[in-house]
Design a protein around this ligand. Structure first.
Ligand code: A4P
Ligand code: MG
Length: 182
């Protein structure tokens, strides 16, 4: 089903929740199933309302090259959780889905990153929001654009402008629909 951004915006206002975008990534096991399982797990959290999942993309790893290609997507949610509470939930799901941590920027069964939390800029020991590398990653910005082309990354600008500098053609679309998950 196509995403209706207006509908999404109205909902956030109604229940006073924050609109948040979570990046999903995996390159071990069954990556696409890992992403879908993560969305299902997030839907089960009472304080989280999953609104829409972007198209799903496969691309070469940024960083160390001696690892499998990554599967990536972005999920739009509304949540009443604080950024730290949401991070706790994401890390719990990463662990429950068997994530193994080896090297920085290395292979993983599931990586869940908070890309945007409303229009807030956050810098704490545990959290950098917007995500520190979002502005230079086509595998984050293109799925964000699938969900809402008008998004702006605080301090970096419009995602459509940032995307013009990036090699989006190198990504393969493996699921060509933006889906509601309710
Ligand atoms: N942290 C800080 N800010 C955030 C945030 N906005 N969201 C902290 C989530 N976590 C945040 O992360 C380490 C710490 O980051 C967390 O404990 C949290 O407090 P991590 O996931 O445990 O470890 P990491 O792998 O060292 O870092 P990170 O940042 O998740 O890795 P990246 O930057 O996501 O890089 N290439 C392709 N094509 N696709 C990919 O998805 N991913 C990576 C991983 C590299 N190359 C890739 C991809
Ligand atoms: Mg992470």
């Amino acid at each position: 089903m196509e995403v209706n951004n207006k509908l999404m915006m109205n909902k956030a206002k109604e229940n006073n929740a924050k609109r948040v975008f979570v990046a999903l990534g995996a390159n071990l096991g069954e990556p696409l199933q890992q992403l879908d399982a993560a969305v299902e797990a997030l839907q089960k959290v009472p304080e989280i309302n999953c609104l829409a999942m972007s198209k799903v993309y496969v691309s070469k790893p940024h960083g160390p090259q001696n690892q499998p290609d990554f599967t990536n997507a972005v999920l739009a949610i509304d949540t009443t959780l604080s950024p730290e509470q949401l991070l706790d939930v994401l890390q719990r799901i990463e662990i429950e889905q068997g994530r193994e941590r080896h090297e920085h920027w290395g292979a993983r069964t599931l990586d869940l990153d908070i890309i945007l939390y409303a229009n807030q800029t956050i810098q704490t020991e545990r959290l950098t929001i917007p995500h520190a590398y979002a502005h230079e990653r086509e595998f984050v910005l293109q799925p964000l654009a699938d969900l809402d082309e008008t998004l702006v990354l605080p301090q970096h600008g419009k995602i459509t402008e940032l995307l013009k500098q990036l090699p989006t053609e190198t990504m393969e679309v493996i699921r060509d629909v933006t889906t509601y998950n309710r």
